[in-house]
Design a protein around this ligand. Structure first.
Ligand SMILES: [Zn+2]
Length: 713
């Protein structure tokens, strides 16, 4: 099969421009040449001129499409950023790579990746990320020599512009152009919130999504121009694809993730192989002067169904290697002109509401003409006559539907309950995902929820999505949205939990507790709910209740460092030194870059009388955050007690460099200075301490004043 496809490719690449066989000295397969993969997030196919749009948003992509092979029935396997990219970068369906939604999953170390395979084949590999869902900790970074998501180091950053991503990618390409390379560039701009930069904001005031598309197109154009510059000219393969589209209100869905209609699962896909340079060959009279001969693939249209899972095997083939496992198939024969199969069932799924709310998952197969969606109320669409999927023809065409359902079942023979890759993220990531409009958490499906068809709850979901969007900037309106969702479905755990979050942040703790309890009773289990229940119980002095809630949080999300750290602090408060030590150690095990657990462990060691261990852990904390004033202060105190005033003073000074009005450090510094006979310095620090110390330090303030008096005499 592979050999014959290759033969077809060889023949068709040359058949149109030359007569006779290709010269044996020429290898028409652009083997081991550079490959650039551009994934444009949330780009609807029908916004591109080459896919029929008359809006004029995409002149650059349209010019590119004229030189490329354009696929009109490319299907994304899942309309969510992280799982879709996992498919693009592994060639595997979600059941096999294990990532079902953006939150709580990471790519397991046992899943082979395209980048690893290319690296093993001698390629340099670079990834340039535009948005938070594809952060390195998602697991997608494996196999990349460089994974540039560094802009996310700023804790409230969620995305960066296409031009910024491209700038970073271009620098890396320049540095690596002397060898085969694979650059993956992720552009996040069309993803919500829609806020195109000027002049696109003004030009598309009434359609900001279109403005984002137009801006992204312009940025892609600038990047492609750069690659085409004669001085930089590289024989590069360029693949441009979207991870999914955007519903923009169709079928009651505002963004993406829930449904499997073409608005989100049919994606633009353009592939341009490099022109082939023919060597001078006296046997043939023309096109043999060393000039580039145009390929025959420019402007080709492939209308048979293909999957985004096909991209990894295609790219691997271009690099002269093959993937160890793949659910896709190389597209090179189609690019070379093979006819393909219009009835190939391309797969798509959504487990978003299944994971969040326990509702039924949706799965679909799409051929060139038909789409079958498996749901509690299944659907069948004739895409040729009903491209917007408004009229399900299931009843009229039962035999066709059951044939497609069988195809779906055989595609999905893999174990669906397998979720080894699942690993909860930290609460920090929940905030950032929420700012992009994603919900997080998970529900245990019950027989009742499993029967819920997401299309019968589109209105509930719309209210929740609006509420999530409003949470940061308008909590009152967000509360109304969640309230309305609960009027439509009173036991909706997600809405209960988000409403409780709003109450918690507003300090309405009793209502918050009631809300969290109801959410949990409804089956919605989220570490945040337990962590916040714990902090309410702790504030009320119910330490045992708090401990129980935190224990539930870490059982649910064993990689939640924040929850482990809080559990450690609580055990410490309960004087359970060993339990506290265990909890802090777990926090360190799951997030070794965070300084707080080391600091807390240091204080626990000190309480246990192990000063050497205490100082080592405080130093560990300082290594992770050199400006950690409290850790510097505690270190100073250890030295002071050990009668090492010089080292103590050094530590206190470092603490004060980060926090000049740090009262305790001023008091400690003055003590050390007295021990060292630096009386003037001691007096100055005592005076400053008296000025900044809070009133409850009455005893220390009196001691400082007495010391000042003594020094003066
Ligand atoms: Zn996406």
């Amino acid at each position: 099969m592979r050999a014959s496809a290759l033969a077809a490719f060889l023949f068709l690449s040359f058949g149109a421009c030359r007569s006779g066989p290709a010269p044996a000295t020429t290898n028409p397969i652009p083997s081991r040449q550079p490959i650039v993969l551009i994934t444009i997030d949330t780009l609807r196919a029908d916004r591109l001129g080459s896919y029929g749009s008359t809006r004029g948003l995409t002149p650059s992509l349209d010019a590119f499409a004229r030189e490329a092979t354009r696929f009109t029935a490319a299907v994304s396997q899942v309309p969510l950023t992280l799982p879709s990219h996992a498919t693009i970068l592994t060639g595997l369906h979600p059941a096999h790579h294990g990532i079902r939604t953006n939150d709580g999953f990471r790519l397991a170390a046992t899943v082979p990746t395209l980048a690893e395979q290319l690296k093993a084949a001698g390629y340099r590999t670079g990834a340039f990320i535009g948005g938070y869902p594809l952060r390195a900790s998602s697991g997608l970074a494996r196999g990349f020599d460089r994974y540039d998501d560094e802009f996310l180091a700023s804790l409230d950053a969620t995305e960066r512009s296409a031009d910024e991503v491209m700038r970073s990618a271009a620098l890396w390409i320049d540095a690596n152009r002397s060898q085969p390379f694979f650059a993956w560039i992720h552009l996040f701009d069309p993803h919500s919130p829609y806020a195109p930069p000027a002049p696109f904001s003004a030009a598309h005031r009434d359609a900001p999504y279109d403005g984002e598309v137009a801006y992204t197109d312009a940025a892609v154009g600038r990047f492609l121009d750069r690659l085409r510059q004669p001085s930089l000219s590289l024989p590069v393969t360029i693949v441009i694809v979207a991870d999914h589209g955007e519903s923009l209100g169709e079928h009651g869905e505002r963004t993406h993730g829930t449904f499997l209609y073409d608005a989100t699962i049919r994606v633009p896909l353009l592939i341009k192989l490099p022109p082939v340079r023919l060597k001078p060959d006296p046997t043939y009279g023309r096109s043999t002067d060393g000039k580039t001969v145009g390929r025959t693939d420019g402007g080709r249209v492939v209308d048979v169904p293909v999957e985004t899972a096909d991209l990894a095997p295609t790219i691997a083939a271009l690099a002269g290697t093959t993937l160890t496992r793949s659910d896709g198939q190389s597209l090179l024969p189609l690019i070379a002109g093979a006819t393909g199969d219009p009835d190939r069932p391309a797969y798509a799924e959504s487990f978003y509401q299944n994971v969040l709310l326990g509702w039924s998952p949706l799965r679909a197969v799409r051929t060139r003409q038909w789409k079958y969606i498996e749901a509690p109320r299944p659907e069948l669409y004739d895409l040729e006559h009903d491209p917007h999927e408004l009229q399900s023809g299931l009843n009229e065409r039962a035999a066709l539907a059951s044939g497609l359902q069988r195809a779906l079942t055989s595609l999905d023979a893999a174990d669906r309950s397998k979720d080894d890759a699942r690993a909860a993220a930290t609460s920090e990531s929940f905030e950032r995902l929420r700012s992009l409009g994603y919900a997080s958490g998970s529900t245990v499906p019950t027989p009742a929820t499993r029967a819920i068809d997401p299309k019968d709850r589109a209105a509930v979901w719309a209210e929740i999505e609006d509420g999530i969007d409003l949470t940061a900037r308008d909590p009152a309106s967000a509360g109304q949205k969640f309230g309305r969702a609960l009027q439509l479905q009173p036991d909706n755990g997600l809405a209960l939990k988000y409403l409780a979050d709003l109450r918690f942040r507003a300090g309405r703790l009793r209502e918050a507790r009631e809300g969290y309890r109801r959410a949990i009773a409804a089956g919605f289990r989220h570490p945040d709910a337990y962590v916040n229940l714990a902090s309410i119980a702790e504030r009320e002095g119910h330490l045992d209740q708090a401990r129980e809630a935190l224990t539930s949080a870490v059982e649910l999300a064993s990689s939640d460092a924040d929850a482990w750290n809080r559990l450690g602090l609580l055990e410490s408060r309960r004087n359970e030194v060993d339990a506290a030590r265990r909890a802090f150690t777990r926090a360190i095990a799951v997030a070794g870059d965070r300084p707080e657990p080391y600091y807390n462990l240091g204080l626990i060691e000190r309480r246990g009388g192990n000063e050497t261990a205490a100082q080592a852990r405080l130093q560990d904390a300082i290594t992770r955050n050199p400006n950690y004033a409290e850790a510097r202060y505690e270190l100073g105190t250890g030295y002071l007690i050990a009668r090492q005033p010089e080292r103590a003073l050094e530590a206190y000074r470092a603490a004060l460099a980060s926090r000049p009005d740090y009262a305790e450090a001023l008091f400690g510094a003055a003590r050390a200075e007295l021990d060292l006979g630096k009386n003037d310095d001691a007096r100055r620090d005592y005076e400053r301490f008296v000025k900044v110390a809070p009133k409850e330090y009455r005893r220390q303030i009196a001691a400082a004043q007495a010391a000042i008096k003594r020094i003066k005499n």
